[in-house]
Design a protein around this ligand. Sequence first.
Ligand code: AMP
Length: 280
Amino acid sequence: MQEVTTIRALRAALAGAPRPVGLVPTMGALHAGHLSLAERARAECATVVMSIFVNPTQFGPHEDYARYPRPIEHDRELARAAGVDVLFVPPVEEMYPPGAASWVEVTGLSARWEGEHRPGHFRGVATIVLKLFLAALPDRAYFGEKDYQQLRVVERLAADFLPGLVIVPCPTVREPDGLARSSRNVYLTPEQREQATALYRALWHAQELLAAGERSAPALEAAMRRVLLAVPGLRLDYAAVVDAATLEPLRVVDRPARALVAARLGDVRLIDNLALQPPA
Ligand code: AMP
């Protein structure tokens, strides 16, 4: 595995590298979710590039940028073991040179949900993802369904700027009790870790009610809220049933849909989502 820290060195490493080239963008603190993306890329691509960059512009002023975990040595070993060919670990100044003033905004899909609760978040995400795409010029790029709205935003971004780049959605990797794997799970106290299972339980409850015939989106949302608000101290940001393509709220689940939840336990913010399959 080759490790590079500049865009110039990344381009040199990829010049003449066998194609297809697959890119796996991450913020590090690698876990089984990230590694599932790398494994998928390894299976489908001749060259696998992973980036590790904690992107400052996607964090709000009161969010966890400073304390975000950065276990680079352990990450390097995990990336190597996953078969990554080129690890791109740029310093902040490489991605945001002095005076950086250009931003990418994906309108519509960025507006609601995470966009509403984390103003500027998707502008930061879209900007860094486009910078990474332009630096690596991959044939395929791998993103987790764990961050479902981000996945949709990135698909739009790729279609608008880099037609031909294939965005590969990868299923959410979970702990045995259902909690979605996340670099932020390390912040949870043992009690919060227990309580955090409520997110997946709420999503699953919505799916079960739907399978039993409840097609009203507001009824499914209320049911998810009941599960979440039964957890003492949990602060709910949203529990929504949305059109899987547009992320607009639904009245009735009569097309492919997604249940989305976001909640805070103490100062740890967690998100999760689940595909909702209406009965045939
Ligand atoms: P992050 O390092 O949190 O920015 O995540 C990097 C990529 O890994 C994103 O595409 C995430 O959606 C994906 N990812 C994070 N957690 C999981 C998970 N539990 N299962 C699948 N993909 C994930």
